[in-house]
Design a protein around this ligand. Structure first.
Ligand code: HGY
Ligand code: MN
Ligand code: MN
Length: 400
């Protein structure tokens, strides 16, 4: 039987690794000291649960049932400043389901915490490498904003095996995650069964003009990199208008100006340009516009420009059989308080779905907040998510 108290205790213990700020914040980026400590603690909890712990070369932590099993999990790394449930909920729910399965003699369930879902380095790096979508030697060259490479960061983690667990060890993958949006919370609902996950692309763009004196340099003579970013953003919003839908999102979330001083015209700007949509063709058309606008602004503002794409992920639909099992669980556990819905957030399930049938389940985020210290979910909803997973596993177990 699943044990909600044990599940909640482990969830709160995981939060203690990198606990930050008031309330429930965490700072636990991939391969940071708290992340590595948390992964070793997870491996030990998996061993204690009767699973075979295995840390692969990319830092993914598996707790393996003996025979072919359903894989459940998510990620335990966080955003630079993140919430205590993003990823962690799915990892600890998977541990609890797998542990209960060991105690009651099946059906066999394995658990996983993928590495770098939050993209300190690439995008969902650990599951991308594990699913074979990116060779490890390529991931190793990706650097974080401080220039540290994935290879350097993962070298710090002891206990890694030199082998990857083969996907054919598993029959499918189910990920429980917080919604990270307002839909369920606003509707007073408890469960979301995910239909599909958006695709994402992200370029890192550099504009380089001329650093100069902020007092003596006439406006007409400036090659101000911030002004170029500002003009890029204004023109882009205008050019995207006829391409996007109300569900399409695009974000300039990281901007660094050099030298970033009040009395100096910034000579250089480096910024992230990220866009997401459920339609591959629309992602392509947006990419064309983004690249055109960047080239035009560079020319208009006399900027040297670099425009470097980061690893992308395509839109994916969730597996129908696994989805139905989750829907039946939702009907049993949260009758009248559940819905099917798309995911506007990225998840490891996208990469896993390229090698296994995959499905996802959401529980509400209070006020829709995530990727922030305030991220939280009512305890009753956390437990409801665990119960729906358990209901689905029992139903699927006979057929795995
Ligand atoms: O950005 C995302 O959607 C994920 O939470 N990393
Ligand atoms: Mn996540
Ligand atoms: Mn996240």
């Amino acid at each position: 039987m699943i044990n909600p108290d044990r599940f909640l205790a482990d969830l709160h213990h995981l939060r203690s690794f990198g606990a930050a700020g008031v309330g429930n914040g965490v700072i636990r980026p991939a391969f940071s000291a708290p992340d590595i400590a948390a992964r070793h603690w997870l491996a030990q909890r998996m061993q204690d649960a009767g699973l075979q712990a295995h840390i692969d070369p990319a830092g993914n932590v598996f707790g393996l049932a003996e025979e072919k099993s359903l894989l459940m999990g998510s990620h335990s790394d966080s955003q630079p400043t993140g919430g205590w449930l993003d990823g962690a909920l799915g990892v600890i729910a998977a541990l609890e389901i797998a542990r209960a399965a060991q105690e009651q003699g099946g059906p066999p369930v394995s658990a996983v915490s993928f590495q770098d879902e939050e993209g300190r380095f690439g995008t969902c790096t650990g599951s991308m490498v594990w699913a074979g979508a990116m060779p490890l030697h390529e991931a190793d060259t990706v650097t974080d904003r401080d220039g540290i490479s994935f290879a350097q960061a993962r070298a710090a983690m002891q206990g890694k095996a030199d082998t990857f667990i083969a996907p054919d060890r598993f029959s499918g993958f189910v990920e429980l995650h917080i919604e990270q949006g307002p839909t369920l919370d606003a509707a007073g609902e408890q469960i979301g069964v995910v239909t599909d996950i958006v695709g994402i692309r992200q370029n890192h763009i550099t504009f380089e003009g001329q650093q100069n004196h902020a007092g003596t340099t006439p406006m007409a003579a400036r090659r101000d990199a911030f002004q170029a970013v500002s003009a890029f953003n204004t023109l882009l919003n205008d050019r995207l208008r006829n391409i996007v839908t109300p569900q399409t999102v695009w974000t300039i979330g990281h901007v660094s100006l050099t030298p970033n001083a009040p009395s100096i015209v910034p000579g250089k700007a480096v910024f992230s340009m990220q866009w997401r949509d459920g339609d591959l063709d629309r992602l392509d058309r947006m990419e064309e516009v983004i690249n055109d606008v960047a080239t035009q602004i560079a020319s208009d503002f006399g900027m040297a420009m670099t425009n470097v794409p980061r690893p992308a992920m395509v839109p994916v639909a969730m597996d129908k059989t696994l989805r139905t099992a989750l829907e039946n669980g939702a009907i049993a556990i949260a009758p009248g308080r559940w819905r099917t819905m798309p995911s506007g957030a990225l998840h490891d399930a996208t990469n896993v779905s390229s090698v296994l049938p995959a499905a996802m389940l959401f529980v509400p985020s209070i006020n829709g907040i995530s990727h922030a210290f305030e991220e939280d979910t009512h305890e009753a909803d956390l437990i409801a998510g665990l119960q729906v997973l358990d209901h689905a596993v029992q139903a699927l177990g006979a057929r795995l």
